[in-house]
Design a protein around this ligand. Structure first.
Ligand SMILES: *[C@@H]1O[C@H](CO)[C@@H](O)[C@H](O)[C@H]1NC(C)=O
Ligand SMILES: *[C@@H]1O[C@H](CO)[C@@H](O)[C@H](O)[C@H]1NC(C)=O
Ligand SMILES: *[C@@H]1O[C@H](CO)[C@@H](O)[C@H](O)[C@H]1NC(C)=O
Ligand SMILES: *[C@@H]1O[C@H](CO)[C@@H](O)[C@H](O)[C@H]1NC(C)=O
Ligand SMILES: *[C@@H]1O[C@H](CO)[C@@H](O)[C@H](O)[C@H]1NC(C)=O
Ligand SMILES: *[C@@H]1O[C@H](CO)[C@@H](O)[C@H](O)[C@H]1NC(C)=O
Length: 247
């Protein structure tokens, strides 16, 4: 009897926790998200030398929390996409963004983000912030050509829904173990992996063959040693003719 009561109380407590957690997630309102985006804007500098695309322009320049027409509805802001009342997409590629993004940047509190594109900006040779791991819903992440350097943070393993990842053309260094870490929890979802001009200073791990849905693997100028693992493509569920490999 006492056992039953204990179990009942335990279940009750778990339910309360679960409800509290769900509440915490849903308590992030659109207004909160707009304010987080605005904080991000305020934390970055605009620099005309930060982007190379001739069509580049500073998308965040028009963002305003109290403007008359947008009235702070950030879903109407340039580069921002919303669905079901949340910010789920952010395309700030080629936006003249300059500066470093620290791991506690407000950007990483936008937990509903599914698409994040910061390509072709200048993050001043900083590391990719570990806060990226908080964005667990991310399916598409593009950080190419944006002056990131150093190691790839291990928090990438928290991104379990990645479909497309582009880290190409940065001064990043990757070991075989980093590679493992990068893809171990997204092996069921990952379809595109762009790592050209990333310095992979080791052999490619055989576990690359675990990426059974991989369509595109771009490894141009990656400086990896040894041959391509024979496992690549062997477990692929898709026709090999659709795989592309720029080695
Ligand atoms: C952005 O925030 C970081 C850390 O809070 C701070 O060191 C940096 O000076 C800020 N940059 C700008 C342009 O406000
Ligand atoms: C709008 O906000 C800016 C700061 O973001 C402030 O300087 C300006 O005074 C505000 N304008 C109005 C009309 O409230
Ligand atoms: C964010 O981190 C930076 C350096 O890592 C620190 O200077 C700053 O105070 C932090 N800001 C907040 C809001 O915690
Ligand atoms: C990432 O962004 C760059 C620059 O805008 C673009 O050239 C590249 O195709 C994008 N990568 C993917 C996977 O879409
Ligand atoms: C990623 O996978 C590893 C091993 O498969 C596991 O230990 C780790 O907890 C996973 N990370 C997350 C955030 O789920
Ligand atoms: C991936 O593949 C390797 C061998 O190719 C295997 O040993 C490993 O268990 C697989 N799974 C993970 C999560 O790495």
């Amino acid at each position: 009897m006492a056992k039953t009561v204990q179990v009942f109380i335990l279940i009750l407590v778990l339910h309360v926790f679960e409800a509290a957690l769900a509440n915490k997630l849903s308590s992030l309102s659109l207004a909160d998200e707009c304010s987080l985006l605005f904080q991000f804007k305020q934390n970055m500098s605009i620099n005309k030398d930060a982007s190379f695309d001739p069509r580049a322009y500073p998308k965040v320049a028009s963002w305003n929390l109290n403007g008359s027409d947008d009235a702070g509805n950030c879903c109407l802001w340039d580069g921002v996409g919303c669905r079901f009342g949340h910010v789920i997409g952010l395309d700030l590629s080629s936006s003249f963004l300059y500066g470093t993004i620290s791991s506690n940047n407000s950007l990483f509190d936008l937990i509903h983000l599914r698409t994040l594109n910061l390509a072709d900006n200048d993050f001043d040779s900083s590391q990719i912030p570990s806060g990226i791991g908080q964005l667990s819903q991310l399916a598409n992440l593009n950080l190419s050509f944006s002056a990131f350097s150093g190691e790839v943070p291990k928090q990438f393993s928290q991104l379990k829904n990645l479909v497309s990842l582009d880290l190409s053309r940065n001064r990043l260094k990757m070991q075989s173990s980093d590679f493992q870490n990068l893809v171990q929890n997204s092996s069921e979802t990952l379809r595109e992996l762009f790592l050209s001009e990333v310095n992979i200073d080791s052999e490619l791990p055989a576990s690359i063959g675990n990426l059974t849905h991989l369509n595109i693997l771009a490894l141009r100028e990656c400086a990896f040693t040894g041959a391509l693992p024979a496992s690549i493509g062997t477990r692929s569920t898709r026709p090999l003719s659709r795989s592309t490999l720029f080695a």
